[in-house]
Design a protein around this ligand. Structure first.
Ligand code: IVH
Length: 666
């Protein structure tokens, strides 16, 4: 039998190897499930032997609490930036300058990754610090966020006393598009490009959020190395790779500047086929000896230069605006454009995401506009070009009603998006039903997206309530269905009629109302009709229900189409109330109160009666069993005793507020 230390270390090594193959080399050796199995085994071992835990264990990427602010880090060596070259002529002048001083030379040409510059410090092979570039001298300590990026090794393959490297954290195009889509559906502001998205994700105070964004890294520079000599950039990249870093595979050794220019020409053409964005090519003098000779200014080294690609932008005209309803009910304005060729394709439409953005950019129908492709893929209007205006241009305003179903559009506090509030809107219907049937909602087993797709497409369901009218024969005739599974499905649908109100409330998919808040709500409002009448103020009285939720609930129930959907569900026999056992009928059951001092709003007698009506008891002396002490004016020694026992103390105002809530909940 191996000792646990050995077992843990062996497992870690094994996992590190697989992470390296998966995240750095993009060439996994085992399946995800096998990898998960190894991780699980390690986690269990570490749980059994907590003394073996160490911060460079693969299980420790996401840890720690959200922090209030980032600390600052003074870089040991300044993180320089680069001079730019915008033409081949600029590059040739750079080359001439270097050759004049050095004679023979060679270059490394590397892709200029459009991300966020970072510096990493490893001691004895273990990552101890990660910082942003900041102003070059002082950056922000983003160690706990960087640790969540799987291609950044927590431990190197080489145990050197100290290694300081520099590289770029970036967001792959796919992840950027996914994230923005998610943001659009949530009605949030979008990131302008993958670089901003990477920067925004790195600057999250909660590392769990960073961990949820698929950030990636390329390391390209050794700033400081103890224990080994390196003589050129080419060797440096090789060393970085061997140490376990992800190094960009497209870096190329070039004999002269002509070869560098060839490299640039290739990548101007090929850049769109890369899974990440680049904004140029970095040209670096290869031999380190030459670098020393050439030196640097305070701002940038003289031995390197960044060739910037021309921005890929084009001018065109907005012909008209189409307003679409997304699958979650979000209203998205799309500009129809005069077709124009840009970054490899002809573009004739561009999403404008939301009407705030249209107003912010002051885009009008008939305007000439400048466009580009966000994340190299999604056509987007950068800005309008007002000097071309003739005066005939038309403003673009949100419609009053949903273009798909005619419901009123609403916008919730803090969101940029307008939404159709009707859950039965044809544009939202499929999504609404899938959610309605989901596990945490009405829990209708077997009613997944594929079936819903068919039910809606075949016109069998055009309203959520139609689910309860389905015909066995027709269901059995669906693709991948049979008599037996149709019977099961109808049974599951039938069974869902009995679900308690909190599940129905969750199933309605009201923005910001999840399963937990639905439960809290139905403990206070136990029939659906209570929701038709409730005000924002009343809702805000319920513990944990904030103003955003209250706003959302009121707007949802104000929409006549939602009331109609609920009425139709009720007609079909769907339960509309919370069973008594689930409401806290006696909210103060088993709770003991002690009153001390004089209350202003009511007599002691009245207060006692109110408490007892809610199931509570009033006692005359404070003990460990006391749950609440209510504090009137000039309280006696009971107050001191309560303080000593750390009993919950309510002053009169708090008591009255609580009392109102408790009363409401029955
Ligand atoms: S070398 C002293 N190499 O571009 C060495 N920089 O405009 C300086 N960048 O701040 C950096 N890819 O954030 C280097 N392959 C690459 C790069 C790269 C992207 C960024 C880096 C730097 C900026 C300079």
């Amino acid at each position: 039998m191996k000792r646990p230390e050995e077992k843990v270390e062996k497992l870690r090594e094994e996992i590190r190897k697989h992470e390296y193959h998966y995240y750095v080399l993009d060439d996994p050796l085992i399946s995800d499930a096998e990898y998960d199995g190894l991780m699980m085994e390690l986690r269990q071992l570490e749980e059994s032997y907590p003394e073996l835990l160490s911060s460079d264990s693969p299980t420790q990427r996401v840890g720690g609490q959200p922090r209030p602010i980032f600390g600052s880090v003074t870089h040991r060596l300044p993180l320089l930036s680069l001079d730019n070259a915008f033409s081949y002529q600029d590059l040739k002048s750079f080359d001439q300058r270097l050759r004049k001083e050095l004679g023979e030379l060679t270059y490394m040409a590397e892709l200029k990754i459009d991300g966020v510059s970072i510096a990493l410090v490893y001691e004895q092979g273990v990552l101890i610090n990660a910082a942003t570039r900041g102003d070059g001298m002082v950056g922000e300590d983003v160690t706990s966020n960087i640790r969540t990026i799987k291609s950044v090794p927590l431990r190197l393959n080489k145990e050197l006393p100290r290694v300081e490297v520099r590289g770029e954290i970036f967001m792959p195009k796919r992840e950027f598009l996914r994230l923005n889509k998610e943001k659009e559906e949530k009605g949030e502001k979008l990131f302008a490009n993958p670089r901003n998205a990477a920067a925004g994700s790195l600057r999250q105070l909660n590392p769990k959020i960073t961990a949820g964004r698929a950030l990636d890294s390329f390391i390209y520079d050794i700033m400081h190395l103890e224990g080994k000599d390196i003589f050129s950039q080419q060797e440096a990249l090789q060393f970085l790779k061997e140490a376990g870093f992800k190094v960009n595979p497209q870096a190329k050794y070039c004999q002269d500047i002509e070869e560098v220019i060839q490299y640039i020409e290739t990548w101007v053409e090929e850049r769109h086929s890369l899974p990440y964005e680049i904004d140029g090519v970095v040209v670096k003098l290869n031999p380190y000896a030459g670098r020393q000779k050439i030196g640097q200014t305070v701002r940038s080294p003289r031995w390197a230069v960044a060739y910037k690609f021309p921005a890929e932008e084009a001018e065109t005209r907005v012909l008209e605006v189409e307003v679409n309803v997304g699958r979650t009910g979000i209203i998205v304005p799309t500009a129809i454009l005069e077709p124009v060729f840009i970054a490899g394709t002809t573009v004739s439409r561009a999403s404008m995401h939301n009407f705030d953005l249209v107003a912010e950019k002051d885009i009008r129908i008939g305007d000439r506009v400048l466009i580009h492709k966000a994340g190299d893929i999604i056509p987007e209007i950068i800005k309008s070009l007002p000097h071309y205006r003739s005066g005939q241009e038309e403003n673009i305003l949100p419609p009053d009603r949903c273009p798909a179903c005619g419901s009123t559009l609403v916008r919730l506090d803090g969101e940029v998006a307008w939404r159709c509030e009707s859950i039965s809107c044809p544009a939202r219907l499929k999504e609404s039903i899938v959610f309605f049937a989901s596990r945490g909602a009405m829990d209708i087993e077997g009613l997944g997206p594929a079936i819903v797709e068919q039910l809606v497409n075949r016109g069998m369901v055009s309203q959520i309530a139609d689910l309860y009218k389905l015909d066995l024969e027709a269901v059995a005739a669906l693709d991948r269905m049979g008599k037996k599974s149709a019977q099961n499905l109808l049974q599951a649908i039938e069974k869902s009629k009995k679900q308690p109100l909190h599940r129905l409330l969750t199933a309605l998919g009201i923005r910001h109302i999840g399963a937990r808040s639905a439960r809290l709500l139905t403990q206070n409002l136990s029939h659906i009709e209570d929701f038709f009448a409730v005000s924002e103020e009343q809702l805000a009285q319920i513990p944990e229900i904030g103003p955003i939720m209250a706003d959302s609930i009121v707007k949802f129930f104000a929409e006549p189409r939602n009331r109609e959907t609920i009425a139709l569900l009720q007609e079909q026999g769907v339960n509309m109330s919370e069973p008594k056992a689930l409401t806290r009928e006696m909210p103060l059951l088993n709770k003991t109160f002690v009153l001390t001092g004089t209350l202003q709003a009511m007599s002691r007698q009245q207060a006692s009666e109110a408490i007892e009506k809610l199931g509570g008891k009033v006692s005359s002396s404070v003990s460990k069993k006391t749950d609440y002490v209510v504090l009137g004016e000039s309280p006696g020694s009971k107050y001191d005793k309560a303080l000593g026992l750390e009993i919950k103390i309510l002053d009169e105002e708090e008591f009255l507020k609580q009392l109102a809530q408790w009363q409401q909940s029955i």
